[in-house]
Design a protein around this ligand. Structure first.
Ligand SMILES: N[C@@H](CCC(=O)N[C@@H](CS)C(=O)NCC(=O)O)C(=O)O
Length: 213
């Protein structure tokens, strides 16, 4: 049995999805959270001088997207065929684009009035494109698997964990500005609630450190 260590900062950031995959899989891992004042020393030991880093039996691997995909495959959470895997990959890229092209830029803006304007524009113009496709995929899977369906197939996959993780982050951020990205999105809201229910995930959501991002 491999020994896993996930090294990141004291935040959810780009490591939380990997933590959720470990929890859903019921796989033990060491959740190392580096305090900012220790970062200069720890940085020198990391292959890319950045985090997250996943250590498997002492060997270090980088890049959050590669790490979650590896863990998804390892623990059987990438769907039951190549097409389900493609739909999950499509979703991961959508959220990556949403974060990098929109959310991170808005987050970095120092001017709160400007931030509010950018967030409103994001909610009206760009967000619906992503949300519409997510709802379309949910409807496709509902037709195939009925009400028991998740994002793909009829059990939790990396797709469901991805939606839960990013919607939690985006709702938290936009909620600070009185905006709800899930407004009118009944199917996606329903999925988010459903992902919170399995015992391992419910326990983790309750016990994980509360952080701003
Ligand atoms: N593409 C990389 C980005 C890694 C990255 O930029 N990590 C940031 C934290 S989110 C970091 O280590 N910052 C500290 C530093 O660069 O000194 C990934 O997704 O893993």
């Amino acid at each position: 049995m491999s020994a896993y260590k996930l090294i990141y900062f004291e935040s959810r950031g780009v490591a939380e999805l990997a933590r959720l995959v470990f929890k859903q899989a019921g796989q033990k891992f060491e959740d190392v959270r580096v305090p900012q004042d220790q970062w200069p020393n720890v940085k020198e030991e990391q292959p890319m001088k950045s985090l997250p880093v996943l250590e498997i039996d002492g060997r270090k691997y980088c890049q959050s997207a590669a790490i979650v995909r590896y863990l998804g495959r390892k623990f059987g959470l990438m769907g039951s065929d190549e097409e389900e895997g493609l739909v999950i990959d499509e979703l991961l890229e959508m959220f990556s684009e949403m974060m990098n092209k929109h959310i991170v830029k808005i987050y970095m803006d120092q001017d709160d009035t400007k931030k509010m304007e950018l967030l409103k524009a994001f909610k009206e113009d760009s967000l619906p494109v992503y949300m519409n496709l997510i709802e379309k995929r949910l409807e496709e899977n509902r037709k195939k698997n009925g009400e028991d369906g998740f994002y793909v197939g009829s059990s939790v996959t990396l797709g469901d964990l991805t939606i839960y993780n990013y919607m939690f982050a985006i709702c938290t951020f936009m909620g600070n500005f009185g905006l709800d990205p899930l407004e009118g999105r009944v199917a996606i809201s329903g999925l988010v609630t459903k992902v919170e229910q399995p015992p391992n995930i419910a326990k983790w959501i309750k016990e994980r450190p509360v952080t701003d991002h």
